[in-house]
Design a protein around this ligand. Structure first.
Ligand code: AMP
Ligand code: MG
Length: 524
């Protein structure tokens, strides 16, 4: 049996204070960034899928990935000699309210790998209880693990900053979950994902220290994060933390612009789910816009207030950045520099967002008037159910000399209920396409060039909610063919891939109100 040769490091634990208690009992942890805890061994682990790309990134060969040791390590059964797994302590604002200590309740960091000046942290999700598990079991079910594994890789290939997923394994255990929170719990297959990211430090890791007035550890964590992950910061003293905050704000902003570009709705943008690296983290009840609807949220837990709806994501990112600013304020003791960054966020976002949307429409010359055209389009897209992905992808077929009628017939492919288009709505579309075509004619690039540029921004394939559900339904019966097909498909979301054309389709009717497709709970 081949052995894995992993040259791992313990960077986080070597540099930051550990909880002195090493028992695995639920508790409040003070004056520490993490607690040592081992994954719970599993009875009968089975590897369902691993990402060759991620393995390659961290120097794991194909042979190693197919070894039994790989399965044992990444399902939590074997702990590499001299490594010391740990769970992080963090707090967070959940749905707008301070929730106190949360921490890695079902995530366990194994070790870090350093390659070409980058640090990769490997973390198991669903590997058993930790001191932060509170009243929960520390486990994860197959359906949510498939969703995390598939989506993180899909996001990566879309060019959206994200944590990666190395592997997806069945644990062999049964896990009790009440999917709809309606008093009908049932057993489901347990699973474990191994995620990979520079680190899993969240806004909440800083918040917990400031909430407890533990300035010493707050400073240690900030200095650590800057030293290892924000090496471009050269200033010292207060300036250092302000610059750090500014860089986190910029990265977060870029991430949200990408989310809005591809129609991704995170679903639970609590501050404990915001990465300090500005990457998408914690794939729970996320969803993809099918019909364009700024008010849509996939998260049934958030149905009432829709705090985390698609159109509110930029606002919430800013709100979360306010919480991060508050938490690192004690290292600066001046509000003005933070306020400046936060107010810039608003302006910068507007600018970045409208540039991104103009580009999606095929406009590559800047024109201030485009904003109006974009706002009108956003309204029109919601008047009738219009598939976001298909609408923007089809738009690339429009040539400068097309008529408004041609425009409408192209848009027609993306309408869910073309028969319900009333005359007044059609008139609005006509008006819009007339302006659109006039504007297109201001562009100097050729139709061909425009099309290929648009097609790098408007994906043809995204992980539609029902697609993930089909992969899950099959996997529950040990059929991983859909999962494998989606992995392949989503590696090239901007390519035509005619062999996969069946996935370039509007959401089927059966998926409209189905659990797992349009409705997702936090139960995972
Ligand atoms: P989430 O809503 O998934 O971001 O989780 C919020 C908090 O609950 C985090 O501290 C998680 O670690 C914890 N948590 C979620 N699910 C579980 C679980 N099954 N067992 C233990 N802790 C959990
Ligand atoms: Mg979380």
């Amino acid at each position: 049996m081949s052995q894995m040769k992993i040259d791992f490091k313990s960077i986080f634990t070597a540099n930051l204070p550990a909880d002195s208690n090493e028992t695995n009992q639920v508790r409040q942890v003070f004056n520490a960034c993490y607690s040592y805890v081992n994954p719970t061994p599993t009875s009968n682990p089975k590897l369902i899928h691993y990402s060759k790309k991620v393995a390659d990134l961290i120097g794991i060969t194909e042979e190693e990935a197919n070894s039994n040791e790989f399965l044992e390590v990444f399902s939590g059964n074997k702990i590499l000699e001299n490594s010391k797994p740990f769970a992080m302590c963090y707090g967070g604002h959940q749905f707008g309210h301070w929730a106190g200590q949360l921490g890695d309740g079902r995530a366990i960091n194994l070790f870090e790998i350093e390659k070409e000046n980058s640090i990769y942290t490997l973390q198991l999700k669903g590997a058993g209880k930790t001191p932060y598990s509170r009243t929960a079991d520390g486990l994860a079910v197959l359906r949510s693990s498939i969703r995390e594994h598939l989506c993180s890789e899909a996001m990566f290939h879309l060019g959206v900053p994200t944590t990666r997923s190395l592997s997806l394994s069945l644990s062999g255990e049964q896990v009790l979950r009440d999917v709809l929170y309606d008093g009908n719990p049932a057993y489901e297959k347990g699973a474990i994902v191994c995620r990979v990211a520079p680190s899993f430090i969240r806004f909440g890791n800083f918040e917990i220290f400031s909430a407890r007035n533990d300035i010493q550890n707050l400073k240690l964590l900030a200095d650590y994060t800057i030293k290892h992950y924000y090496k471009e910061i050269e200033v010292e003293g207060k300036e250092k933390y302000i610059h750090f905050f500014e860089l986190v704000a910029n990265k977060t902003l870029e991430m949200i612009v990408h989310w809005q570009r591809v129609g991704f709705v995170h679903g639970v943008m609590n501050t404990d789910n915001m990465s300090i690296h500005g990457i998408t983290i914690d794939y729970g009840p996320y969803g993809w816009l099918e019909d364009y609807d700024t008010n849509w949220t996939p998260n049934t837990t958030d149905r009432e207030y829709k705090r985390y709806r698609f159109g509110n994501q930029p606002e919430i990112a800013l709100w979360n950045l306010y919480q991060l600013a508050n938490s690192i304020y004690p290292l600066v003791n001046e509000a003005a520099p933070f306020e400046k960054v936060l107010s810039n966020f608003k302006d910068n976002f507007e600018e970045r967002y409208f540039t991104m949307m103009s580009n999606k429409l095929g406009f590559f010359k800047t024109n201030r008037k485009d904003k109006k055209l974009i706002i009108e389009l956003e309204q029109l897209l919601q008047v009738t159910e219009t598939d976001m992905t298909i609408f923007f992808r089809e738009l690339s077929f429009i040539k400068k000399d097309y008529s408004t009628g041609c425009g409408i017939s192209i848009a027609n492919n993306s309408f869910y209920k073309p028969n319900e288009l009333t005359k007044p709505i059609l008139k609005e579309w006509e008006k819009w396409f007339k302006k659109y075509l006039l504007r297109l004619n201001e562009e100097t690039i050729s139709d061909e060039e425009k099309k290929s540029k648009m097609n790098r921004l408007n994906p043809k394939y995204v992980l539609r909610n029902y697609m993930a559900q089909l992969a899950i339904d099959a996997a529950e019966n040990e059929d991983y063919s859909v999962l494998n097909e989606l992995v392949e498909l989503l590696k090239k979301p901007y390519d035509e891939q005619p062999e996969f054309e069946k996935w370039y389709a509007k959401r089927p009717d059966w998926a409209r109100e189905k659990v797992g497709c349009s409705m997702l709970s936090c139960s995972s």
